[in-house]
Design a protein around this ligand. Sequence first.
Ligand code: F6R
Length: 619
Amino acid sequence: MCGIIGYIGERKAQEVLLRGLTRLEYRGYDSAGVAVIDGDRINMLKRQGKLRILINELSTKPIAGTVGVGHTRWATHGVPNDINAHPHLDCTGKIAVVHNGIIENYLELKKNLIREGHKFVSETDTEIIPHLVEKFYKGNLEKAVTSALKLLKGSYAIAVIHKDEPDKVVGARCDSPLIVGVGKGENFLASDVPAVLDYTKEVIYLENHEVITITKKGVSVKDLSGRAINKKPCPISWDISQAEKCGHQHFMLKEISEQGDVLKKILEERLLKGKVSFEELKIKENDFKRFKKIAIVACGTAYHAGMTGKYMLEEYVKIPCWVDTSSEFRYRDPMVDRDTLTIIVSQSGETADSLAALREAKKRGAKTLGICNVLGSSIARESDGVIYTHAGPEIAVASTKAYTAQLAIFYLLTIYLAALRKSVPAPKVRALVREFKKVPDLMNDLIFEYRSDYNIIAAYAQEFKRYYFEKHNKSYFLYLARNINYPNAMEGALKLKEISYISAEGYPAGEMKHGPIALIDENPWVVCIAVKSKTYDKMLSNIQEIKARGGIIIAIVTEGDREILHNNINYVIEIPKINELFSPLLVVIPLQLLAYYVAREFGYDIDQPRNLAKSVTVE
Ligand code: F6R
């Protein structure tokens, strides 16, 4: 939800800001802007629409200056237009602010500021910040920002510049991410690490209520009472190529393609001599032995990974387990206590509802375990223990490699807990490990097959588009599965609706006859996950029920399955043979690719689908 960046150094600020915003555009893309201290004034340009509109305009009339701030927006308060785009200025035009988050008490503050004579131009909550800084400014920007922050309720990551103090950028955070990129003779503020990776691999992660001032030569961090805080930069192991498309048409396709290698790396790092190692995990073995139940809390795709985790944990660790969406968990009266391991799954580690759910669980005495991708993110830092997915930066808004990496961590956690709690015999645990190790290569083969220029999934997508128009846009998708692949049905549907805007629902196949079957006529395309499993025969019956009512079926089946071919299925996609337990890791690949190819057929902006943003840092 919005990306912010600040720069001070010797380079042209405009270039650094735009490059950084390009890397942050996944966070929001309805408008963008930059403000740079240019001689004795602040020079600002903001434009509604994708970042490229701003980039094009700035290429014809560039802004000079080496100190500035930039923003890419996902609108909360006020429609996306040039005026509501950030940066926002105070009445004098000397102060410019970019902001990510929501100021909940902005109306009250705005009323007071208007009464005091301040003039507002936008509909945003953010605009109160430059006016508050203006009000408190007495020649010291850092102090004025600190005074303003004390009045704010809500979440923020901000970067502020003042024309009269061209030697600094001031930033601060509360429940929205902000990092400092520490360079040589230059420093950066940014919402996320990829924004600074072109220039430095040293970053400082800021905590809530910290105020940071960067100059060319240094970085100073203080708390809201002005006390200095000593922070050490951490090295980043990510490579900038991980945040680039590297010849792929879209980040989504690149990230889908990376999944076999990501999985391989996870297993190499985590499976040492057949034993699972979570070296960064701070929760003690004894704690893992004593938990009586597990709550898994997450949003969206991460929630689907958690749903899959429940199947494996209950079957192999024999521990009651439930899964909640974070936004429901946090406002219920969730039954978590000190005997509950609460697992928060989040790629970004910044999702506002998941963070709030984590805090709620902690308040109730539960031990919390974060499964996160982004190093040093809020959920990673605030959880009692964290396991990183190490999937590398995920740029496409639709999550793919983070999902399979989350699944991988759930498999490893299951194996770890099953061994520790002796819930299944040791030879069975060893057999699981052996089977798991087969998956990365199988996944790579599968991706290779269905990524080629002429592959059947792309052909099915083409066929769907033709059918869709033939049926006057009435076609849509249903995804059906049972057991451990049921969450994949939800995930396949989510992927499709996110990037192709076609209606899609995932159901447990056994629920069909309790309602959804009423939808079946010749319009829906029904993706049936019918790989060999203990519920295979039941899936065949569901397929028959759909065929009998005219539905078009795409079946995802185990390779070599001849029986399925007698079912009059329209389209078949094969996945390699694997133990049912691990099949979700393979089944999801064609689901991701189907969504991708359908969206490509319709010509949509795959990496930046409408209305979405990668990291949902507002409630
Ligand atoms: C779907 C997607 C979202 C996220 C959800 C949670 O493709 O990306 O549904 O999974 O917003 O985000 P994180 O995992 O960052 O908490």
